[in-house]
Write a protein that binds this ligand. Sequence first.
Ligand code: C2E
Ligand code: MG
Ligand code: MG
Ligand code: MG
Length: 280
Amino acid sequence: QAKRQGKSSYAHFTPEMHEQSHERLQMESRLRRALELEEFELHFQPILETATGQLRTVEALLRWNNPVMGMTLPDRFIPLAEETGLIIPIGEWVFEEACRAANRWKLLTGRDIDISVNVSPRQFRDPRFTGSVKAALSRNDLAPERLELEITERLLLDNSIETADILRQLDREGVRLAVDDFGTGYSALSYLKGYPFDTLKIDKSFIHDVTQEQEAGALVRAIINMAHSLGLTITAEGVDDALQAEFLKKEGCDLAQGYFYSVPLPDRDFTEWLKIHYLD
Ligand code: C2E
Ligand code: MG
Ligand code: MG
Ligand code: MG
C-alpha cells in the first residue's frame, strides 16, 4: 500500500514536499551567510599511534553554529554545501583555520603537529583546489608534509584520469593523502595500488563490531595486513572502547581515533588536552 501511495503522490507537489523545499531554501540562505557571520568552527580530534599512544595527527572536523538551528554537524549541511558550490569558500576557510591551529599548537608545545583535513569531491575537482591548498600552506609557513588530505573512497569510483592526475599532483607537492571511510565504497584494496595514497582509514562501521563478531574481527585483520603489504599506514576510526583499542594494537593497526581516546574538541579544549598530554 505504501508503494501505491508513494507512486500516486509522486506527480503532485505535496504539502510535505513544499515544507521540505522551503526548509532547504531557508537552510541554503543561512549557509550563504554563515562564513561572513563567522558561524563556522573547527573541532579537533587526536589520531594516536596504537603502539605508543603518541599523537600522530589531528583531524579537523567542521561545525556550524547557527543561532536558529544551533550546533549543526557536517552530515546535515555538507551535502547542501556541495550542491550549491558553497563548499569551495567554506573549504578554503577550513584549510586556513586548520593551518593556523597547527601553528598555535607548535608555539604551545614546540612540536610539529600534523593536521588532517577532509575534502569532498566537489572541492577536489575544482580547478583551483591544488593552488588554494598550496597558498594556505605557504601563507602559514607550513611544510606540505604536515598536511594530510582525507578523501572518501567514493571519489575514486569515477575511475577518471583527472582524479588520478590531481592525486599525483598533490603527492608531488608533498601533501599526504588518506582514503577516508574505507570499506563503504569500492572496497577493492588492489585498486588503490595505482594511486599515491599514504594512509587508509577503516570506516567506523567495521570497528564497531570488531570485538563482538568474529567475522568483523577477521575482516579488519585482513584489511590491516593487505594495507601493510601495499605500504600503506592504517588508521581505525570510531574506536570507542578499550577492547577495540586493544584488539587494534594487537593486530598491528598503526593509528586510531575515536571517543575512547578523545571526542572531537573545540579549540580551547583541544589546547587543554595538548597541555595535559605534552606539557608536563
Ligand atoms: P569523517 O571524516 O569520517 O569523520 C569521522 C566522524 O566520526 C566525525 O563525525 C567524528 O566526530 C566521528 N567520530 C569520531 N570518533 C568517533 C567514535 O568513537 N564513534 C563514533 N560513532 N563516531 C566518531 P562528524 O564530525 O560529524 O563528521 C562527519 C563527516 O563530515 C566526516 O566524516 C567528514 O566526511 C565530513 N566533514 C567533517 N568536516 C569536514 C570539512 O571540513 N570538510 C568536508 N568537506 N567534510 C567534512
Ligand atoms: Mg575524515
Ligand atoms: Mg605521498
Ligand atoms: Mg570516516
